[in-house]
Design a protein around this ligand. Structure first.
Ligand code: FMN
Length: 187
């Protein structure tokens, strides 16, 4: 069982990193082969909106801008489930999360029923380590992404500075529960 945790903060020891670590540990505790990829370290640039707005993403479901995107896209396709962890910036996902998911969406949403993320369970985590504002709008945008690519929301988790302790446990348990349900064929 392969669980891929995609985190998208420049900080390696902050709230977002702790959430990603909790997901990896929770999935592993239930027997999954879980690992984290840090989007910020993956060399993923922006969508160039090729042509008149559509490039090979629309026709061939691949991105023609060659950079770090392709490797992470392939990892996401091969994983049995995804955990998307983003810090909340201005009530939205981080810039690196947006850069990756914009391109992912173009490649997979255009494939419709043949989306390689079809029915793939996703846990989305929004970590608002500042004021705590903007969690709902951030998750709403992650929810649209999950819908567009045909994946399935297993869980959507909000975390702030004040509930960090129990939410880290909740994320670990969510990832463990997802692993167990995949193993039992229920997910
Ligand atoms: C540009 C920017 C915008 C942010 N906007 C918000 C916000 O809307 N709400 C919030 O609670 N925290 C906000 N934060 C704080 C982040 O959610 C996060 O806690 C902080 O960047 C620490 O990162 P970490 O999660 O990797 O520890 C913002 C941070 C940055 C850099």
């Amino acid at each position: 069982m392969k669980i891929l945790v995609l985190s998208s903060s420049p900080n390696t020891n902050g709230l977002t990193a702790a959430c990603a670590q909790a997901a990896v540990e929770g999935a592993r505790s239930a027997g999954a082969d879980a690992r984290e990829i840090r989007i910020n370290d993956s060399g993923i640039g922006l969508c160039k909106a090729c042509g008149n707005g559509w490039g090979t993403c629309q026709r061939e479901h691949r991105c023609q801008t060659e950079d770090g995107f392709q490797a992470v896209h392939q990892e996401a396709i091969e994983a049995d489930a995804l955990v998307l962890v983003t810090p909340v910036y201005w009530g939205e996902m981080s810039e690196s999360a947006k850069a990756f998911t914009d391109r992912l969406r173009r490649c997979e949403a255009t494939a419709g029923e043949n989306s390689r993320l079809k029915e793939k369970p996703v846990i989305a985590v929004a970590a608002a380590g500042g004021s705590g504002n903007g969690l709902v709008s951030c998750l709403a945008s992650l929810e649209r992404l999950v819908q567009h690519v045909g994946a399935r929301r297993f869980d959507m988790v909000t975390v702030n500075r004040w509930n960090r302790e129990y939410k880290l446990r909740a994320i670990a348990e969510s990832a463990a529960s997802l692993t167990r349900s995949l193993a039992s064929g229920q997910s």
